[in-house]
Design a protein around this ligand. Structure first.
Ligand code: NAI
Length: 301
């Protein structure tokens, strides 16, 4: 069945370039009224301009779609609130939020300034928090909401020189995991995309031919499945170059040691069992971990 966004209102942050631009164009093509947000700065977050987002709006309108641009810096809650108020004044609801805006300040950890660490956390983590916070009660009242976090393999698996970026990207998975629990009764679903694409963010990291294979549009095809009526919930979709996969977190069954056996030596001695993945399972809430361990401790009493 065709995935449609007719009568839906979507905010896409960082939509002046790269992935956000591709997401905005495709959502608009499929009927969404779109807020094209972009601060319009450089890759490292310096400067600002409305040119890129206005160009995307013009393109959407030329294709017969509806869109407005907004230059909110996602790291600034007041500006984000103004963007959300503007969208509500214009269209009366917000169905979809794509937290996509991002910057890079790469350096090995020993050379990285704390300012560069904090700025990256601010844009990716607080940017996504601010935008989600500003739409959250609206989505709750509507009993409908679809939110996508943009995470990264750098966060899930690590990448040399990206301690700030990796920490920020993994924080978004933590944000998603709790919001999924809090939004469930109001039909709010939250998912994450872990993209790989040839954009200005990655332009000096890969040859031109590879960048072309890694088209933003291939990521967008996956992203749209995370934010329509039939979207999953709590999925981390990895997408790039036409490849689609999910990333998952599991916990091993582990071992149980009685009170008089609990020592670092005993844990080390059982290491093969502690790390044995045969019976590993996904836990759907933090409390399930305590329950698992306490159940075994109680059974041994
Ligand atoms: P890009 O640099 O082409 O686009 C990012 C956009 O975000 C820019 O237009 C920029 O002006 C905007 N932006 C930056 N800071 C902002 C702020 N404070 N407020 C509002 N807008 C702001 O980069 P790309 O590749 O399209 O990245 C999009 C997202 O995907 C980012 O979150 C990035 O971390 C993530 N990502 C990208 C990967 C890739 O392979 N390109 C890999 C993994 C994650």
């Amino acid at each position: 069945m065709t995935i449609s966004f007719k009568n839906k209102v979507a905010i896409i942050t960082g939509a002046g370039n790269g992935l956000g631009r591709a997401h905005a164009l495709e959502l608009a093509k499929r009927g969404a009224k779109v807020v094209v947000n972009d601060l319009g700065g450089a890759r490292d977050g310096s400067g600002h301009s409305s040119q890129a987002s206005e160009d995307v709006v013009a393109l959407i309108k030329a294709n017969g779609g509806e869109a407005i641009s907004h230059g909110a810096n996602v790291a600034n809650f007041d500006e984000v609130q103004d963007m959300v108020d503007t969208a509500i004044a214009r269209w009366g609801r917000i169905d979809v939020l794509i937290n996509n805006a991002g910057i890079l300040r790469d350096k090995s950890f020993s050379k990285m300034s704390l300012d560069d660490f904090k700025l990256v956390m601010d844009v990716h983590v607080m940017g996504s928090v601010n935008c989600t916070k500003a739409v959250w009660d609206i989505m709750k009242e509507q009993n409908y909401g679809r939110v996508v976090m943009t995470t990264s393999s750098s966060g899930m698996y690590g990448n040399f020189g990206q301690s700030n970026y990796g920490a920020a990207k993994m924080a978004l998975i933590g944000l998603m995991n709790t919001l999924v629990l809090e939004g469930a009764k109001n039909n709010i679903r939250i998912n994450a995309i872990a993209p790989t694409a040839g954009t200005r963010m990655t332009e000096d990291l890969m040859p031109e031919q590879i960048a072309q294979i890694l088209s933003p549009e291939a990521v967008t095809a996956g992203l749209l499945t995370l934010c329509d009526d039939d979207a999953p919930n709590r999925t981390i979709l990895c997408a790039g170059a036409g490849g689609y996969a999910t990333a998952n977190m599991f916990e091993t069954e582990g071992v149980f040691l009685a009170i008089d056996e609990q020592s670092p030596e005993a844990v080390r001695a059982k290491w093969l069992e502690v790390t044995n993945q045969d019976k590993q399972a996904a836990l759907d809430a933090g409390v399930k971990q305590s329950e698992k361990f306490v159940k075994k401790a109680m059974a041994a009493l």
